[in-house]
Unconditional design. Sequence first.
Length: 321
Amino acid sequence: MSPDAGPVLVTGAAGGLGGVGRMVVELLVARSVPVRAMAHRDDERAAALRGLGVPVVVGDLTRPDDVARALDGCRRMYFAMSVSPDYLEAAATVATVARATGGLERLVAMSQLTVSQMNPLRTRESHQQRLHWLSEQVLDWSGLPVAHVRPTAFCENPLFLSLAAHSIRRDGTLSLPFGAGRTSPVAARDVARVVAALLADPEAHREHVYELTGPRAQDMSAVAEEYSRALGRTVSYVDVAPDWWSREILPAAGLPPFAQQHLLTLARMHRENRFDRLTRTVEQVTGLPAQTIEAFVAEHRAAFTPVAGRRPVGATPGPGR
């Protein structure tokens, strides 16, 4: 980056496990790219960012004054926030403030791969997916130089990590209502590597949309085999009944209703084979292939290891189908 480009603004930078923004900050710092991080709260995660030598602006993406303060002097920006009913308002606020202040030469915005199959009249997707579709429209209408990054389901998604871990710890099964649907989840770090590349060298990456998946699309029995190899023990896929799963397992995961609705829709869409997608974009942009499920699970082996005395969610195995 040229010295007069100012820092790259990274929003959602204080995320935890699977937090793309936090990893983008780390990757840009490693490249010696000046970064400014925006966090929603001034807590230990914001302190950790400062520990990297990164200035942190604490603010709310739905507040124009906070966005303007964070964006001041920046010509490149990464926009994202967690699953939230405020997503569209945040996108509209960012678009209007960035357009009014001018000078933004690259805006990389997080979206979802399902957006590529949506249109103005579709209503079967989750509310969060609908907000992503609408946010893309708003950002495009703004005329800003935006690149939409559309990952498929993340490996860190509860479907493949925390919820999967509950059933694997319980009885060695990957119990999900996906039917025979195929999937190709992508690791958050791979998404972050793509985002960092687009921000660090925008002239080398001028596409408007980047669709990201893992390295292979496969059914859940093949996915379970990857879990087995990573954990060194047999994991079998069990196709549980959707109604039972939504009634007995999903509420016990402790997620807010908005997030539950999103996960329930993702499960239904997997069953409809809507996630049978495969791209090589991660490798094309970064030069390295996307991480396999096997490698991801091996990195998070502790999450799948039974702990004595811990009562798993859904202690009674659900009915298969």
